[in-house]
Design a protein around this ligand. Structure first.
Ligand SMILES: C[S@@+](CC[C@H](N)C(=O)[O-])C[C@H]1O[C@@H](n2cnc3c(N)ncnc32)[C@H](O)[C@@H]1O
Length: 295
């Protein structure tokens, strides 16, 4: 009998890992350093995604679980153009006050403009602030929402500690984001396709796999995990959500030194052709992780 085989497995870092390509810069993390053209592109992407049928369905899944009667207060951290906070304001069961906070003064200004246009300014307010050091009192909010924020922040543990601080005892935190190790586009050569999927994830998200680190991070922050909703987002044949994702973020792959420009161009034109001819495949798993500050 031969000797038992020894398998060496590289261990994952226990805490939220830091970015592995120093050249790649998550555009949402560094939003205040972007040029006007990229800012406009992100605003358009956030607004179209927020109204996309797939995303509104995922948003409704966790919003249905929240209780926001008159007199209650909710905070969205990393509220961008405010599409999620405005979506909450438009729900008949949400009667409380809603505040959105974002690090980008341009996004906050846009969010205020959209809220005025939709006639919800008596219920919602937007402020500039950093999710790592929130400009709010301890125990102020009944609900805190981080909707596609946590994958972009510098230090997820510090952001969760702040969410804990501003939540009332018994209050609810919702962290909604993708697990971008599952992000995948169909491609002729599946190995190069998987490499491009990962390059896209690393170019776009400061921490593409933070959702699988959340059980650990929430426990460390003193928050109790109460429920998880999981959804496979997929577009087969046609692509709209994944088209906007590829068009917005693929240009960052070569810039970040994660692949050669010609390989990105070939991949992107394959995706465009596949979408235009009804032969597209794109998928990613998204989670709403709901936790509570113990009462
Ligand atoms: C992908 S966008 C999501 C926006 C919004 N939640 C939505 O779903 O439409 C991420 C947002 O997080 C913001 N952000 C990133 N890091 C932040 C931080 N440290 N503090 C506050 N906002 C931050 C960005 O400015 C951007 O608006």
């Amino acid at each position: 009998m031969g000797r038992p085989m020894t398998v060496s497995i590289a261990t994952e870092p226990k805490k939220a890992e830091q970015r592995t390509s120093p050249a790649a810069r998550d555009p949402h993390r560094f939003v205040n350093e972007l040029d006007d053209a990229m800012i406009e592109r992100l605003i358009a992407r956030l607004e179209s995604r927020g109204k996309d049928e797939v995303f509104t369905r995922l948003f409704a899944r966790y919003a249905d679980k929240l209780s926001l009667p008159k007199g209650s207060e909710a905070l969205e951290i990393g509220s961008g153009t405010g599409v999620v906070t405005r979506g909450l304001a438009q729900r008949a069961d949400v009667r409380g006050r809603l505040t959105g906070v974002d690090q980008s003064p341009i996004f906050v200004e846009k969010a205020r403009g959209f809220a005025a246009a939709e006639g919800v300014t008596d219920q919602v307010a937007f402020e500039v602030g950093d999710a790592h050091a929130l400009p709010f009192d301890d125990r102020q909010f009944d609900v805190v929402i981080a909707h596609t924020l946590i994958s972009h922040v510098t230090d997820p543990a510090a952001v969760l500690a702040e969410a804990y601080r501003v939540l009332k005892p018994g209050g609810t935190l919702v962290v909604f984001d993708g697990d971008y190790a599952s992000l995948t586009y169909g491609y002729t050569d599946s190995e190069s396709g998987r490499a491009m999927d990962w390059a896209l994830a690393r170019a776009t998200f400061n921490n593409p796999v933070v959702m699988r680190q959340l059980p650990d991070l929430l426990a460390d922050a003193g928050l109790t995990l109460s429920e998880t909703l999981a959804d496979a987002v997929s577009e087969i044949g046609q692509g709209s959500f994944f088209r906007s994702m590829a068009e917005t973020y693929a240009p960052l792959i070569a810039k970040g030194g994660l692949s050669r420009q010609e390989d990105v161009d070939a991949w992107l034109s394959y995706q465009r052709e596949a979408m235009d001819s009804g032969r597209f495949f794109g998928a990613c798993t998204y989670y709403s992780i709901i936790a509570r500050r113990p009462g």
